[in-house]
Design a protein around this ligand. Structure first.
Ligand code: MRU
Length: 346
């Protein structure tokens, strides 16, 4: 799976593995216009907090790549407009804003150099954001695998794997690293309605790596826990507030309550690029609400009356008191609190 990259840069174009088409079709999109990156983030052709940030960073490069190298004002205007358009795609994942700020910073820092060099510096920065995410995921995996028993079944939600990151994954990175250490790990994954990232993407990428995976419906999670099938829940994050409250795919909060009731550890894995030191608690995290048709339909199949009102939040917030541990590239915070996370946010 590590060779099936969600986002890469190839000969002046951004290559995205179209995640709306998986698992039926393996379609690679070759994009040379940043507006197509904007569309791909909105329609979830690229998704998962770190992967969105990486795609957006390359999107900024595309916006300046063909720019006239003699017109500095025009160059700046195009880059800033693209950054604003990319920022407006999805509101919840911190990584998007983190990556775009890094791109804006590297542009301003280099702006007195010839524009060709500014372009190169921006491409190098986007590449570094990609490589840095792969390195962070590997560290998270290495550190977080300690939390898994030698033989265990993990329940995960949505897709926090290689497809959602530069590679390796966060939650699934922990699973991969544990298996690499010789542990026997099975994964249960729930479908993750409405867009079925668990069913379509997590089962796909785990099966590609020959990892033992079992798909359940979202509604079967409580019963799987009650039956004693689950030893630990491991999920990713889109944004983590200062006090350790975590925004992640809708349904994560419910799983954390179920885990507490069944005395099952609930672990969150995320790079520091998903942490938001500006937000005191999860109540401040903006939660994206998406089109009602995602709930009225499954793929192209309509399953509800055309005009039934729908509430379709893409994420929810799990309060820190329901979390057993947060793992990032710097270590593990058990029973996270603002004081414990502060050491990483300095
Ligand atoms: O709507 P999505 O598919 O972008 O949501 C993705 C998630 O909620 C992931 O769990 C999260 O981004 C962590 S990815 C390492």
């Amino acid at each position: 799976m590590d060779d099936l990259q969600a986002v890469s840069w190839l000969n002046g174009k951004v290559r995205l593995l179209d995640q709306t088409k998986l698992p039926e079709e393996l379609v690679l999109l070759e994009i040379s216009d940043h507006r197509h990156i904007v569309a791909a983030i909105k329609n979830l052709a690229v998704r998962g907090a770190p992967a969105i940030g990486i795609a957006a960073a390359f999107g900024v490069v595309l916006a300046v790549w063909q720019a006239d190298e003699s017109d500095r004002t025009d160059f700046l205007r195009n880059a800033n407009r693209a950054i604003d358009e990319l920022k407006a795609t999805r509101p919840t994942a911190k990584n998007l804003f983190w990556a775009l700020e890094k791109m804006r910073h590297v542009m301003s820092k280099n702006l007195n150099r010839p524009l060709r060099q500014v372009k190169e510096a921006m491409l190098n920065e986007a590449r570094a954001i990609l490589q840095d995410d792969i390195d962070r995921c590997r560290k998270i995996g290495e550190i977080g695998q300690e939390l898994l028993p030698i033989r265990c079944t993990v329940l995960t939600h949505c897709n926090a794997g290689a497809l959602a990151t530069g590679g390796h994954g966060t939650a699934l990175g922990i699973v991969r690293s544990a298996i690499a250490k010789g542990k026997k790990v099975r994964v249960f994954v729930d479908e993750t309605r409405p867009l079925l990232q668990g069913a379509r993407l997590t089962t796909f990428e785990l099966a590609e790596d020959n990892i033992d995976v079992t798909l359940i419906t979202d509604t079967a999670a409580a019963w799987a826990m009650k039956r004693g099938f689950i030893d630990v829940v491991v999920v990713g994050a889109d944004r983590i507030a200062r006090n350790g409250d975590v925004a992640n795919k809708i349904g994560t909060y419910g799983l954390s309550i179920l885990a507490k009731e069944h005395k099952i550890p609930f672990v969150v894995a995320a790079p520091l690029s998903s942490f938001d030191p500006d937000l005191a608690t999860g109540a401040d995290i903006p939660i994206e609400e998406r089109d009602g048709d995602e709930v009225r339909r499954i793929g192209s199949l309509q399953i509800a009356p055309e005009d039934v009102p729908v509430f379709n939040p893409a994420f929810d917030v799990t309060p820190h008191n329901l979390i057993s541990a947060i793992v990032c590239e710097k270590g593990i915070a058990r029973f996270p609190t603002e004081e414990k996370l502060a050491q990483w946010l300095k």
